[in-house]
Design a protein around this ligand. Structure first.
Ligand code: PLP
Length: 371
């Protein structure tokens, strides 16, 4: 039987060629030309002065918080609906995540709730661009400025998403806050197997992060470690894959847009299926995992849809558990929109190599439930 996975990376001759080149050069560890090239090209792609490679997206978030001085006793505002790493990184930094419910349309942090959660201990806001749809950065920046808070963007799912500034220019996510964090895990927009990147315009933050990721070693004095550091480095091998992937990112994003269009075409008129938000004149999201909502009008539950897809050899994925529902973040507070997103959301196969026939096959399987 046909099997359609939820997300497979697209790797080709160029990745193989550069990895081979890397192995032949013997520069396989965390120093090498590919690291420098990947960082430079990524900074250019996002539009920031600096990009610093990291071992993965979670270490990027951890270092972003540490570089901004987030520490024990501090609070960091974060949406209640995200991948668990967003909150975990805050705890890794010694601080406390303060959860905020999400906007029912965008599934991103509901900015109308932020101010009431700010206390004397609040140090930063972590905005997450969930499933590739940008959070309201204009608003978040205004609040941060008013209360003198720092901003971290978790852009792990949103490479290439952008928002138009008041001045009418497009600015990529990851270039709005003090620091942007990206992931190159196998199912992300581009991959290095495992890997991450930090973007910033601040020289001082970039220098701090370079030390943190390299055992806290002074850039001027070898094996002198003035601060407590980590080994959070990416390898040249991973960066070789990254360089090849980044060259194709525009094509990947286009193909993802086309897959999303096909889903919209086949599912747009199905009662009870709600499609993800479309782009507007000022918001350009990218299509990471195409994630729909199964509302009561569909007459079948989200889990019934998962079972139906499975029967047809199609993989799908329920949306994230609300973070405050996980054992380590349990609170009495309620987050109704995060719960609704969790209970009704379903990510459909979104690999770049899917054809129109694949998408038609997937949507037909869903629609058969309604017959
Ligand atoms: C993937 C992801 C991360 C973590 O990235 P890793 O590279 O897997 O550590 C963090 N935040 C969000 C929103 C993600 O989707």
């Amino acid at each position: 039987m046909k099997y359609i996975p939820i997300a497979t990376p697209t790797l080709g001759k160029e990745e193989l060629r550069l990895v081979t080149q890397c192995i032949k050069s013997t520069w396989v560890s965390s120093i090498g030309n590919f690291i420098d090239e990947f960082e430079q090209q990524f900074a250019k792609f996002i539009g920031t002065k600096y990009a610093i490679s990291t071992a993965n997206g979670t270490t990027a978030l951890h270092m972003a918080l540490m570089a901004l001085g987030v520490e024990k006793g501090d609070e960091v505002i974060v949406p209640a609906f995200s991948f668990v790493a967003s909150a975990n990184a805050i705890v890794h930094a010694g601080a406390t995540p303060v959860f905020i419910d999400i906007d029912p349309q965008t599934w991103n942090i509901d900015t109308t709730f932020i101010e009431q959660k700010i206390t004397k201990k609040t140090k930063a806001i972590m905005a997450v661009h969930i499933y590739g749809y940008p959070a309201d950065m204009e608003k978040i920046c205004r609040i941060a400025q008013k209360y003198k808070l720092r901003i971290i963007e978790d852009a792990a799912e949103a490479h290439g998403a952008s928002i138009k500034t008041m001045a009418g220019k497009w600015r990529n996510v990851g270039a709005w806050g003090d620091i942007g964090c990206f992931s190159f895990y196998g199912n992300k927009i581009i991959t290095t197997g495992e890997g991450g990147m930090i973007t910033t315009n601040s020289k001082q933050l970039a220098e701090k992060i370079k030390m943190l990721k390299n055992h806290g070693m002074s850039p001027k004095r070898k094996y002198y470690h003035p601060i407590l550091g980590y080994n959070y480095r990416m390898t040249n091998l991973q960066a070789a894959v990254g360089v090849a992937q980044l060259k194709k990112i525009a094509v990947f994003l286009q193909k993802r847009d086309r897959i999303a269009q096909w889903y919209r075409q086949y599912l747009g008129s199905v009662d009870g299926i709600q499609l993800p938000l479309e782009n507007t004149e000022i918001i350009h999201g990218v299509n990471w995992l195409f994630t729909i909502r199964i509302t009561p009008a569909f007459k079948h539950s989200r889990d019934a849809v998962i079972t139906q897809l499975k029967k047809n050899g199609i993989d799908s994925r329920p949306t994230f558990y609300p973070l405050p529902s996980l054992p380590m973040y349990q609170t009495h507070e309620r987050f109704p929109q995060a719960h609704r997103a969790f209970a009704t959301g379903l990510s459909l196969p979104s690999s770049v190599n899917l054809t129109k026939r694949d998408i038609s096959y997937i949507c037909t399987a869903i629609k058969k439930l309604t017959l």
